[in-house]
Design a protein around this ligand. Structure first.
Ligand code: PMP
Ligand code: GLU
Length: 398
């Protein structure tokens, strides 16, 4: 008899976390590994937010909080959505959770029945497909490629909808490609959703503020479908607070109440101190966020230039987030200096880790085996060195 459930046996380990772990293990052995595998900013949490957390500890914010978060935090988030995104949500439509990751899982578990279809454009963030598995849904992948900037079209979406489709989930700016849907492109998708009133849209907007091309557009801005959109966002990327574990969802009241019921049985609520820190973040200005974005843009430009010079790589220019997703399929079929044949994006990722000592993530984990993902959340010196190592290692494939 199996000790573990089919549920956990069928679940894949998070590839981003696995590659980060492997990089750390090599580092612990004294190998100088450059980690470009993890989606985590290399900035520190802004001081005014840290001060709010220290103050919260001293003021004894040490008790369980309301399941969906403190009321003043939920009000601050609803004000943020109004101020920055022009979106009206009452405070009781906001649910604060343990990271955007929990918000996404909550939404899927609250909406999806076994067998329901969840449409996910590829490439997608690694955890989406696994969260759908946990909800016993059936992921339906919509393929895109580097030549169309990794974005789906409205007609592609329309054709994929069946009587079993319950949810569409995506991120813009996108992890892993950095692609950003324009307002016109989102309007095209929204028009399709208007024709399918039983479909819900999970809009992962965690990279809202790391967008170089335009002011962020949320698909919830299309009023006719707003009630069916679940916005997911959080502190991790904008405020460099990955470890604080705080995200939020904004949705219609029925879904918000359902998420509250679910997390009331699972986590109770997220950390009280993180919530007081989040209040400072959402009531504060965006100065530190803007500074961070300027730094990311300079790095994006530099890495784009360096990657474009590597023979055999095909690169798109990401418009947001902090990743590159270059196509490495030209190297498939080539031989490593040890005589191994490179067949997949995973082979390339392991080759780069063990030969070049640069940790990246294979594209297959994001649903696209022709690419690899590199995070550029590192200093320019480290990034230059990493690009040199990658260039040299790839040039050895014959
Ligand atoms: N969505 C995307 C697209 C992400 O890249 C991440 C990674 N952090 C998350 C959600 C989860 O964020 P959090 O740290 O808030 O759980
Ligand atoms: N979202 C980040 C990434 O894509 C963090 C790791 C994770 O949560 O999977 O690398």
């Amino acid at each position: 008899m199996n000790l573990l459930s089919n549920r956990i046996n069928n679940l894949s380990e998070s590839a981003t976390i696995r590659m980060n772990k492997l990089g750390r293990e090599l580092k612990a052995k004294g190998i100088d590994v450059i980690s470009l595998s993890f989606g985590e900013t290399d900035f520190n949490t802004p001081d005014y937010i840290k001060a709010a957390a220290k103050e919260a500890i001293d003021s004894n914010y040490s008790f369980y909080t309301p399941v969906s978060g403190y009321a003043d935090l939920r009000k601050a988030i609803s004000e943020k959505l109004d101020r920055e995104n022009g979106l009206k949500y009452a405070f009781d439509q906001i649910v604060v959770s343990t990271g955007a990751k929990q918000c996404l899982t909550n939404a899927l578990l609250c909406l999806v029945n076994p067998g329901d279809e969840v449409i996910i454009p590829t490439p997608y963030w690694v955890s989406y497909s696994e969260m759908v598995k946990l909800a016993e849904g059936k992921a339906v992948f919509l393929t895109t490629g580097i030549d169309n900037d990794f974005k789906i079209t409205a007609s592609q979406l329309e054709e994929s909808i069946t009587s079993k489709t319950k949810v569409f989930m995506f991120s813009s700016p996108n992890n892993p490609t950095g692609s950003v849907y324009t307002r016109e492109e989102l309007a095209g998708l929204a028009a399709v959703f208007e024709r399918h009133p039983s479909l819900y849209i999970i809009s992962d907007e965690i990279y809202e503020h790391i967008n170089f091309s335009q002011k962020h557009v949320s698909i919830a801005e299309f009023q006719n479908i707003k009630d069916r959109v679940i916005i997911v966002n959080g502190l991790s990327k904008a405020f460099a607070m990955t470890g604080w574990r705080l995200g939020f969802s904004a949705s219609n009241k029925e879904i918000a109440v359902a998420c509250d019921k679910l997390q009331g049985q699972v986590t109770s609520a997220t950390c009280s101190i993180s919530q007081r820190a989040a209040l400072a973040a959402y009531n504060g200005n965006l100065d530190t966020v803007k500074e961070m974005k300027t730094v990311f843009k300079a790095r994006r430009d530099m890495v784009f230039h360096l990657l474009s010079q590597i023979d055999g790589l095909k690169v798109n220019e990401p418009q947001g987030a902090f990743y590159f997703f270059p196509d490495v399929s030209n190297f498939f079929g080539r031989k490593t200096p040890d005589g191994d044949i490179i067949k997949t994006s995973t082979d390339i990722a392991y080759y780069l880790l063990y030969k070049a000592h640069v940790a990246v993530v294979s594209g297959i984990d994001f649903g696209d085996d022709s690419c690899i993902r590199l995070s550029y959340a590192a200093s320019t010196d480290i990034l230059k060195e990493a690009m040199l190592r990658i260039k040299n290692a790839l040039s050895l494939l014959s």
